[in-house]
Design a protein around this ligand. Structure first.
Ligand SMILES: [Zn+2]
Length: 74
């Protein structure tokens, strides 16, 4: 996606890190490596975002490596 879906601008900043707070650090999903891993070895997979510099919309949220088993709320 090279254009903002809201204002059609191509003035995007990509791959931005999203911080929760100074204590929590970067926003992330909890996951296990590969498939079928044990949740006790949960590790963070950082969530990144693309931001439209013209209207301020977040045009995309994604992780670099989606090949994990992501932990879900029960
Ligand atoms: Zn925009």
């Amino acid at each position: 996606m090279d254009k903002c879906i809201y204002c059609q601008s191509s003035n995007l900043d990509k791959g931005l890190k999203m911080r929760g707070s100074k204590d929590i650090g970067h926003l992330h999903f909890e996951c296990t490596e590969g498939s079928g891993g044990l949740s006790m070895f949960a590790k963070p997979e950082e969530v990144l975002a693309d931001l439209c510099k013209d209207c301020g919309s977040i045009t995309r949220m994604y992780v670099k490596n989606a090949n994990h088993t992501f932990l879900k709320d029960k």
